[in-house]
Structures are given as C-alpha cells and as structure tokens.
Write a protein that binds this ligand. Structure first.
Ligand code: HEC
Ligand code: HEC
Ligand code: HEC
Length: 458
C-alpha cells in the first residue's frame, strides 16, 4: 500500500516537473491540466501523452509553434485545430465540468484512433517526425482506457472477454420505489395531461411501438405537427441528457416540457392539477406516496421514475453476459464490424448512444444534400450558441432500432439499411461492402429486446 503511494507521488512530481516543458512544445496549459483528477499513475501518463501529442489540435487553449502564423502552414494548422477540436475537445473531455469521469465516448474514440492508427494524421507526421505515438505510448493510452472503464463503466455480470468493450449490457433491473413507478405508469398513459384530454405521453411514445409513434413528426393536440422526430422513451434513463439538443438535464426536467408545449399537449400544470384533483381515488393513491400532493415536481418525479424502469434487455445482452449462442454467427460478425468500423465510438455504452453530442456530417453535408434546412437542424447549437455545436445532435440509442423508424432527427429515412448507409457515408466517409452492411443490420435487429418479459414489436 505504502509503496504504491510512493510511486504515485513520484509520478506526480515528474508530471509537475515536465509540465512547463511540455507547455512550450504543445498545448494543455498547466493551470488547466492540473485541474484534471490525477489520482493514479495510469491517468497521469495518459494526460501527459495526450497533452504532448494530441491536444495541440484537439483543444482551443493551444500554444502554437512559430511557423503556424506563416502562410501556408497557417491555413493548415488553423483547419486542423478547428476540425480536430470540433471533433473532440480533449481539454473539455479530460476535465468534465460536473466532476464526472471521462465519458465512454471519449474513451472509445481514443481507443479506436489508436487501434486503426489514424492519429496524429499522416500529413502532420510528415512534418513532425517526433509527433507519432510510440508503441509504449499507445499501450499507455489503451491501459488508461481500460482502467477508466473498469472503474466506472463495466456492468456487473458482463463476460470477461467483453469487460473492455465500448458497449455494455443493460443492467438486469433497477431498484426504484415501486409505488412511484406505478403512479408514473398511470400518468404516462393519462390523457388528462393534455388540454383537450386527447393525448397522453404514450400517444407519441407508444410502448407497443418501441416507445415512439413511428411517424416522421408527431401529432400534438388538435393535430398540430411538430418539426422533429420523437425519440424512444425506452432506456432513456441511461442518456446523459434528454432531447436531440440536450436541453433537459434529467427525465424530470424533460417531463415538464410536453404538457406545456403549445403544439404537443398544450396545457399547463395548474390546469392539469385541477383535473387530477377532481379524481378522488387517484388523489388518494397519489398522496399516499407523495404527501405534498400534486405539483409539477411530484408529477414529473413519478413519470421519470416510471421511465427509468423502461428497460429492454435483448439476446445481445445475454451474449455479452457470456451466452455465446445467444447470437447467430452473422449477428456476432455484425457486432465486430460495428466496433471495427468505429460505429461504437459514438454509439457506445449500455444503450449504444445517448452519451454525447456529435456531428451528423463529419464527411460531406447531410443537411445540404437533403435540402430545406430548418431550425431543428441546428441541434446542440440552439442551446449553447457555440459554433462548434452547430449540427451536433445527441447520439440516438440503437436499442430497438429496428422498430423505432423513421430515422434521424428529421425522420426522413424509413429504412434501417438506408440509415446505416448514410452513417457510413456521412460519419465514416466511405461506402461499406454490401456484406458488411448486411451483417451489421442483422446485429442491429438483435438489439430489439423485451419489456416486462414480452418481446417488443411483435
Ligand atoms: C495535426 C493535428 C492533429 C493531431 C496532432 C491529432 N489530431 Fe486527432 N484529429 C485531427 C483532425 C483534423 C480530426 C478530424 C478529421 C479526421 O478525422 O481526420 C481528428 C480526429 C480525431 C478523432 C475522431 C475521429 C477518429 O479518427 O477517430 C480522434 C479520436 C482523435 N482525433 C484522436 C487523436 C489522438 C488520440 C491524438 C494524439 C495521439 C490526435 N488525435 C492528434 C487533428 C489532429
Ligand atoms: C405530441 C407528441 C409528444 C407527446 C405528447 C410527448 N412527447 Fe416526448 N417527445 C416528442 C418529441 C417530438 C420529442 C423530441 C423533441 C426534441 O428533441 O426537441 C420528444 C422527446 C422526449 C424525450 C427525450 C428522449 C431523448 O432521447 O432525448 C422523453 C424522455 C420524452 N419525450 C418523454 C415524454 C413524456 C414523459 C411525455 C408526457 C409528459 C411526452 N414525452 C409527451 C413527442 C411527444
Ligand atoms: C461521429 C459519431 C457517430 C458515428 C461514428 C456513427 N454514428 Fe450513427 N448517429 C450519430 C448521430 C449524431 C446520429 C443522429 C443524427 C441525426 O439524427 O441527424 C446517428 C444516428 C444513427 C442511426 C439512426 C438512429 C435513429 O434513431 O434515428 C443509426 C441506425 C445509426 N446512427 C447507426 C450507425 C452505424 C451503423 C454506424 C457505423 C457505420 C454509426 N451510426 C456511426 C453519430 C454517429
């Protein structure tokens, strides 16, 4: 125990000594880097390497080399920093503001870039002979990824061979107050939450339709059409934020939206509470659990608690827990391809998504190709007003994806095959072999799970 502590201290001192030097060479200013939670040698080493070899293109606080201000290098360097930082800002990623561990997406992206050898980019390495990662540095970064995953993200019961996978199984159950869950279930299906008692949450998030309405845009009260596709409520409790643009931090905050939205349920809490209070039996049931009675807080608490139980385990989860024959050979190959092509760098974690905001178009311009640009296409930008966030969306979950059509925030793509082909084109910048697309489609179909023991979409 003591010797371990001594090693950690030595490493910390070494890091501290090395910092001023690395600052001149690269990017991460010491005052920022020292804010990182460096509580072990593996992390310290990884931060050093990223600071020296990656952060100069992947953060805005960069000390640029002198030639960077001279043309033509200026243009190239500026572009690398702009594109690289928009893709992945390591300064933000390594210093999460809310004291959270480094996200599963950042770990998966870093791991994948090392595995395929794409970073630092080749043109840069031709000018910077010492810029490449050495074998030992690659290993150190991979060790760091594994260590953070082991500490924060590995789900209990996952088979040993999948412990270091970017995707993890759904937990088998969540421990929540069953009485709140039951109340939330009722409220989720209660049309009194809408102005004319015509529409419940379930009207647009039908549990029999994979938690969606399977429409491009949803119909609100009076048949009013929204301008963005309704995502699923299944497994939404595992998302880091809610809505395509992440404007709600929690399910509670999210549930405050639709009742007040004039083109959705078009009501308000006083009106809804007035109606619920006339129902003596439900009032009794509700106050037995929430003695303070009906309010925005208690109603959204019950609905959110119910939503957290909307888990849909599938054959894929059995596979990750060690049952090798739970998937067919094609489905297994599809999962391997899903990882090797880099899909799992964004569609990571227990629900294969929901952990980050990402560009829809890293290659080409999906919106321009589609035409008719709308405000919904701004994505995360509408919340932060940061240029780097323009056209970024919360990555949708891929659980039950075969039944949550149509696809994308604009709901324009009806076929899952087309969605996968678009992802290959706009995210990976390539066309996949037909056999690869087919295998991945089979894998994606295997993500359709069951709810309360009943298969979805049947
Ligand atoms: C010379 C600038 C530069 C350096 C140095 C650099 N990157 Fe990048 N990086 C970029 C650019 C530009 C992109 C976006 C375009 C692309 O994918 O080529 C990018 C994209 C990425 C991505 C997301 C896309 C992918 O290919 O997976 C990851 C992850 C990444 N870099 C990690 C790293 C790591 C880790 C290092 C350090 C070992 C590093 N980068 C060093 C410029 C750089
Ligand atoms: C008129 C249709 C409609 C109704 C009614 C409705 N929603 Fe939604 N819901 C949507 C749409 C559309 C979105 C996406 C909006 C966006 O991201 O800007 C959404 C988003 C969500 C999300 C976020 C999912 C994600 O992946 O980000 C949750 C959770 C949710 N709704 C739950 C509810 C609950 C709970 C209710 C009832 C209180 C409800 N919805 C009522 C259409 C509806
Ligand atoms: C750089 C991050 C990133 C990568 C890599 C990526 N995706 Fe996506 N994926 C997204 C985002 C963001 C969206 C939502 C885009 C939108 O709605 O405009 C999305 C949407 C999807 C959808 C539609 C989901 C829905 O509910 O509408 C599918 C299916 C999908 N991705 C599959 C894949 C596959 C398969 C791959 C690999 C070939 C892949 N993705 C690679 C970020 C990514």
């Amino acid at each position: 125990m003591k010797s371990k502590l001594v090693i950690v201290l030595i490493v910390l001192v070494l890091v501290a000594l090395a910092l001023p030097v690395s600052n001149l060479v690269v990017g991460l200013p010491s005052n920022s880097l020292t804010k990182a939670k460096v509580d072990d040698a593996t992390t310290a080493k990884a931060l050093m390497i990223i600071g020296q070899k990656c952060a100069n293109c992947h953060s805005t606080e960069v000390v640029r080399p002198f030639y960077a201000s001279l043309p033509p290098a200026k243009g190239i360097v500026e572009r690398d920093i702009r594109v690289g930082t928009r893709e992945l800002n390591y300064l933000e990623a390594l210093l999460p503001s809310d004291n959270q561990p480094v996200s599963e997406v950042v770990l998966a992206k870093t791991e994948h870039a090392i595995q395929v050898g794409s970073m630092p980019p080749t043109p840069y390495l031709m000018l910077h002979w010492n810029g490449a990662l050495s074998g030992a540095e690659k290993q150190a970064l991979l060790d760091w990824v594994r260590a953070v995953r082991a500490k924060h993200y590995v789900v209990a019961g996952v088979a040993p061979q999948f412990q270091n996978d970017p995707v993890q199984p759904l937990p088998e159950k969540v421990d929540l107050d069953a009485r709140k869950v039951a109340l939330g279930d009722k409220l989720y299906h209660d049309k009194r939450l809408s102005k004319d008692n015509s529409l419940a949450c379930a009207g647009c998030h039908d549990l029999a339709k994979g938690g969606t309405d399977q429409q491009q845009y949803s119909k609100g009260v009076g048949g009013q059409l929204g301008g963005i596709n309704a995502p699923t409520t299944f497994n939404a409790g595992f998302q880091f934020k809610q809505f395509w643009d992440g404007r709600a931090a929690t399910l509670e905050e999210q549930a405050d939206g639709p009742p007040n939205n004039p083109i959705e349920m078009a009501s308000n809490w006083p009106e809804i509470i007035g109606k619920l209070k006339q129902d003596a039996e439900f009032t009794k049931e509700f106050t037995a659990v929430y003695p303070e009675g009906f309010s925005k807080e208690t109603i959204t608490s019950a609905i959110a608690t119910f939503e957290r139980t909307l888990l849909t385990p599938s054959r894929f989860d059995k596979f990750l827990r060690g049952q090798a024959d739970a998937l067919t050979a094609d489905e297994k190959r599809g999962y391997e391809l899903f990882k090797s092509h880099g899909c799992a760098t964004c569609h990571a974690g227990k629900i294969l998504g929901g952990q980050s905001f990402e560009l829809m178009s890293r290659h080409g311009d999906y919106i321009a190709d589609r035409g008719n640009r709308t405000d919904a296409d701004l994505g995360r930008y509408s919340v932060t007003k940061r240029e780097d966030d323009r056209g970024k969306f919360k990555v949708p979950t891929l659980r039950n994806i075969a039944i949550t059509f149509p696809y994308f925030h604009d709901g324009t793509v009806k076929e899952l095959k087309q969605a996968v082909e678009y992802m290959a084109k706009y995210q990976l910048g390539k066309t996949l072999a037909a056999a690869d697309t087919d295998a991945m489609l089979k894998f994606l179909h295997a993500l359709t799970g069951e709810y309360n023991g009943k298969p979805l979409g049947k």
